[in-house]
Design a binder for this molecule. Structure first.
Ligand code: NAX
Length: 327
């Protein structure tokens, strides 16, 4: 048997966890030949529900699922992890300010960063999903001494997929006809889905969709507000599509990017595109045949795009300032 890949998942008994674990165990994430170990991390109140989820995993008799561990001990949970998927976080409660939320979650991600540094595998890669995911990733990265910054990611793939689907519907084409869709900045309502560089069948989006008012207005706001629209319609936040975004992100980071295309992942900025070095910001990423990722250089940003990018980067700066004592 191939050596299993060990995947740690926090918030494993939550909604996204429930949609995600079965995708990982079935082979969607690492392919049909690759066995996996799951190390599932929950806080104490979530442990009973987690046992139920594990019973369901057992009942799938997945051929690729080698081992499952459930724990609320972080060092135990991240032991030997090749991938740490940080999904769990504290939701914003009534009357809670964004700054309070940043601090509460900040405490969680400090501890998780330290535990990852202490017990994860040497090649560990960390994908943060729990919100506010960019800043949570920033905190985890700064707390994980000895783990290189380029191993930390925050998820904007769900936003990218949402943007592709909106463009496809408007343009009367298939999702797979849309390439080069980049979400810039923060995974929040300030994110910038960049239609100016996206392509439909290899040509600028504006050749198919000529309604600039829609592109600059409704398209962007629909993508930015899609999470809230789903809560309104479903009575619960996006879970299956978020889990799918996690699967897509890991697949994109472990497989070469198709020629000429890119994908959106929030990574530690090196200062590209005027984004302060050290911020975790979403930008266009390519992955080579060896599995190394790079920010795509030379993407042109017009005045409209620059203004949108500035706004979302400013929000990331503000978030960073709010948790400065944790960095
Ligand atoms: P749920 O509330 O259903 O589940 C969260 C789970 O995390 C719970 O079971 C809880 O017990 C657990 N948890 C809380 N603190 C923990 C800790 N310190 N260690 C381990 N587990 C802990 O939320 P769910 O719908 O699964 O969403 C999870 C997170 O994903 C939220 O922060 C949500 O805002 C975020 N999302 C991020 C998205 C993205 O694109 N980056 C999109 C979807 C989603 O909104």
């Amino acid at each position: 048997m191939k050596t299993p890949i060990t995947v740690s998942v926090t918030g494993a008994a939550g909604n996204i966890g429930y949609a995600l674990l079965f995708r990982i165990a079935s082979g969607s994430m690492f392919g049909p030949e690759q066995p996996v170990n799951l190390r599932l991390i929950e806080i104490e109140p979530g442990m009973k529900a987690l046992q139920g989820v594990i019973m369901e995993l057992d009942d799938c008799a997945f051929p690729l699922l080698n081992d499952v561990v459930a724990t609320s001990d972080l060092e135990e949970g991240f032991k030997g992890a090749n991938w740490a998927l940080l999904v769990g976080s504290v939701p914003r409660g009534p009357g809670m300010e964004r700054g309070d939320l940043l601090k509460v979650n900040g405490g969680i991600f400090t501890g998780q960063g330290k535990a990852i540094a202490a017990t994860a595998a040497d090649d560990v890669r960390v994908l943060v999903v729990g919100n506010p995911c960019n800043t949570n990733a920033l905190i985890a990265m700064n707390s994980a001494e000895g783990v290189p910054n380029d191993r930390f990611f925050a998820m904007t793939r769900l936003d990218e997929n949402r943007a592709k689907s909106q463009l496809a519907a408007k343009g009367g084409v298939h999702n797979s006809d849309i390439t080069n869709m980049c979400i810039w900045g923060n995974h929040s309502a300030t994110q910038y889905p960049d239609y100016t560089n996206a392509k439909i069948n290899g040509k600028p989006v504006t050749e198919t969709i000529t309604d600039t008012e829609w592109l600059q207005g409704e398209f962007i706001s629909t993508v930015q507000q899609r999470g809230a629209a789903i809560i309104k319609a479903r009575g619960a936040s996006s879970a299956a599509s978020a889990a799918n975004g996690v699967v897509d992100t890991v697949r994109s980071l472990t497989n070469p990017t198709p020629e000429g295309d890119w994908t959106s992942i929030a990574v530690c900025s090196d200062g590209s595109y005027g984004i302060d070095a050290g911020l975790i910001a979403s930008m266009p990423i390519r992955v080579d045949a060896e599995g190394n990722w790079d920010v795509v250089p030379g993407v042109e940003l017009d005045a409209f795009s620059k203004e949108k990018l500035d706004a979302t980067v400013q929000e990331l700066r503000d978030e960073k300032a709010a948790v400065a004592d944790l960095l």
